[in-house]
Write a protein that binds this ligand. Structure first.
Ligand code: RIB
Ligand code: CA
Length: 314
């Protein structure tokens, strides 16, 4: 029995890789994919999502919907890592849809249709999920599980010295989601940043002109160049793909219950995730947090997922 999932994302190169793997994995039934602002603005994120689904043409087409993004976002820009279009400057063309569905309505409807059976995989800022919680107080009781790529346990951020991008970009929504009565598993930057890929990743992309191989050959070289140029890194992380593997193969990870929250006011600390790890803590545990990862195992799973998706799109 395949697992019902909704993928909420801000494509984004690593979002795109996670989507390619998920859409062709028989263990998943991707009911819907929704976009949110983050790596790129809300319009571009939805254009990218629509273009990816059209280009990949998965056997079971998920429903798609657009999220508006937060009412206000900090002045951050990750297009230097993902390209001005969010997908490595490939600027995929799409036909304008006559009607664009609302992400929060689609997510709410699907979770209500399959009570406690849907896993929401959050790969971007948590604006849409927070909007669902605000829109419908019973939403939390309908959701099965929320798997979140976000936050940082060791306090080291990526977009600021202490905040991870998805939590920083919409800290209010991250706080609302982490405070909610949903069952949450957080895959923090401490974990996802351990799974690095060298330039040899390009050699693992199946030869030939499958739709997935073509897409990967277009978007990944940009990511290697931008990581080298802007982060002085000879390699890339695919944070969102790691979060997907945490959903697919939890046996490759260890997690512990933790009590966590998100800073929403700090000038220097906006979006920082704070965890109560005192011997005698007063905060109540509100999530599972991934604390260890089988790096080689996850890297291998991502490579196998890419190969499987490429074979399915010849
Ligand atoms: O901090 C990494 C996360 O922020 C990833 O989801 C990346 O795509 C960006 O959204
Ligand atoms: Ca993302």
């Amino acid at each position: 029995m395949s697992r019902k999932v909704i993928i909420d994302c801000d494509p984004g190169i690593d979002d795109a890789v996670a989507l390619m793997i998920a859409l062709f994995d028989p263990r998943l039934d991707v009911l819907a994919v929704t976009s949110t602002a983050g790596n790129v603005n809300a319009d571009q994120a939805f254009t990218n999502l629509q273009a990816l689904i059209e280009c990949l043409d998965p056997p079971r087409r998920p429903r798609i919907a657009m999220g508006p993004g937060p009412l206000s976002a900090p002045p951050v820009d990750s297009t230097f890592l993902h390209g001005s279009d969010g997908l490595g400057e490939i600027h995929l063309e799409v036909a304008k849809l006559h009607q664009t569905h609302s992400a929060e309505k689609l997510i709410s409807d699907e979770c209500r249709a399959f009570p406690e059976a849907v896993t929401i995989l959050c790969l971007g800022p948590m604006t849409n999920i927070a909007n669902c919680l605000q829109r419908d107080p019973s939403f939390a009781s309908h959701v099965g599980q929320v798997v979140i790529m976000g936050g940082s346990v060791n306090g080291i951020g990526n977009v600021t010295p202490c905040a991870e991008f998805n939590c920083h970009f919409d800290a209010e929504s991250a706080r609302r989601v982490l405070h909610s009565k949903t069952t949450k598993t957080v895959v923090p930057l401490d974990i996802t940043s351990q799974v690095m890929f060298g330039i040899d990743l390009l050699e693992h992309i199946p030869k030939g002109d499958s739709r997935v191989s073509q897409l990967l050959n277009q978007i990944l070289p940009f990511s290697f160049r931008s990581h080298r140029r802007h982060l002085a890194q000879e390699g890339i992380s695919l944070d969102d793909a790691v979060a997907l593997i945490a959903l697919l193969q939890p046996e490759l990870f260890e997690s512990v219950p933790m009590a966590g929250d998100v800073e929403t006011q700090g000038d220097l600390t906006l979006g920082a995730t704070i965890f109560d790890r005192r011997t005698v803590k007063t905060w109540t545990n509100n999530m599972e947090v991934i604390t260890t990862v089988d790096v080689a195992g996850v890297r291998d799973s991502i490579l196998r997922g890419i190969i499987q998706a490429a074979k399915a799109t010849i």
